[in-house]
Design a protein around this ligand. Structure first.
Ligand code: G4P
Length: 319
């Protein structure tokens, strides 16, 4: 099953961002440090192309520090791009963000040419938390001003630095299947858009390969750690459900409950500091997703170009 989630108000957000970006010096894209590739919005990339970009890997307190280093190096190697890791609730690192924006647009700043920064990110990535932290005592929300759209807020970070905030935005179609699953695991998509069991099984697959020791320790799984990576995720879910008492009448494991538990543990960081993807893995998924998407588009175009087939009834009549 592929996970798709693009509520109606997202179209308005897209318009608001396209409009605002014209007057912007730096775009801050907030990413979830546990799934940087999957939480990056390709639509945003399109809308903000050619603007200096600061990737903020937020929730780094929940992410694997080694993998965060890989992702930061990956982004810092890209032109016009800087990346920093952040935990939005800490105020000192949040200031590093303002400094990074100044570096990306050295010719802006001062009262005549104030630095204008747009902050974007998918829902739940921690944008509100960060803005609240950044606001501190100095900054003030100044949303009720001309040129600021109804869905947008402006925050004065300094006398010569303004942050424009738009509502969180997902993308119209998620072409990387694994990204849909990772986004669901992180809590970025609405509950109605995915199946807990499917998401938990995919999460367990990833954890069993990359972090078997964490699974082993958290759920006190039987057998040696090495066996975890070889155990099918269905069996892991069963074992976890049994261990944690997620049982249905008759003593069978309640898989729904077990799945919810695995997902909740991951989101809260109880399974440890985990990152679900590396830059290399994500590059492979993206290439596969793009190819599958192109093939889908080709098939659609072929169907549209084909002459309409006579209906069964028409064929029967003509006999
Ligand atoms: P959004 O505006 O991008 O939609 O996200 P928001 O700031 O509302 O944050 C979504 C959730 O993520 C919140 O948790 C928030 O506390 C948490 N969060 C934000 N930044 C960080 C971070 O750097 N590290 C960690 N560990 N968590 C972060 P919540 O459970 O939805 O609400 P609550 O905890 O604030 O009650």
């Amino acid at each position: 099953m592929s996970i798709q989630w693009f509520p109606g108000h997202m179209h308005l957000t897209r318009k608001a961002i396209a409009e605002r970006v014209k007057t912007i010096d730096v775009v801050i894209e907030m990413l979830d440090a546990r799934l940087p590739g999957s939480s990056a919005n390709p639509l945003l990339g399109e809308l903000t192309a050619r603007k200096p970009s600061l990737k903020v890997l937020n929730k780094q307190d929940l992410a694997d520090p080694q993998r965060t280093t890989l992702w930061l190096a990956h982004y810092n190697a890209q032109p016009l791009t800087r990346a920093i890791g952040l935990d939005a609730s800490h105020s000192a690192p949040a200031r590093a963000l303002v400094d990074a924006c100044r570096e990306l647009a050295p010719l802006r700043g001062g009262m005549v040419k104030p630095l204008r920064v747009l902050i974007c990110g998918i829902p739940n990535v921690g944008k509100s938390t960060l803005i609240n932290t950044l606001m501190g005592r100095k900054a003030a929300r100044t949303g009720d001003e001309a040129g600021i759209t109804r869905n947008e807020q402006r925050v004065a970070l300094a006398d010569d630095c303004y942050l424009f905030d738009t509502p969180g935005m997902l993308w119209p179609r998620i072409i990387v299947e694994q990204s849909g699953l990772n986004l669901a695991a992180s809590g970025a998509v609405g509950r109605n858009a995915y199946d807990d069991e499917e998401v938990a099984l995919a999460l367990l697959d990833t954890l069993a390969q990359a972090y078997p020791d964490r699974l082993h320790e958290r759920y006190r799984l039987d057998g040696p750690v090495d066996a975890v990576a070889k155990t099918p995720s269905e069996e892991l879910l069963e074992a976890i459900g049994r261990r944690r008492g997620a049982l249905a009448p008759g003593g069978r494991v309640n898989l729904q409950k077990a799945a919810e538990l695995v997902i909740a543990d991951f989101r809260a960081g109880h399974t440890g500091r985990i990152t679900l993807e590396t830059p290399q893995q994500f590059a492979v998924w993206l290439a596969e997703g793009r190819q599958a998407d192109a093939e889908r588009a080709d098939r659609k175009a072929e169907r549209a170009a084909a002459p309409p087939r006579a209906s069964t009834r028409a064929r029967t009549r003509s006999r």
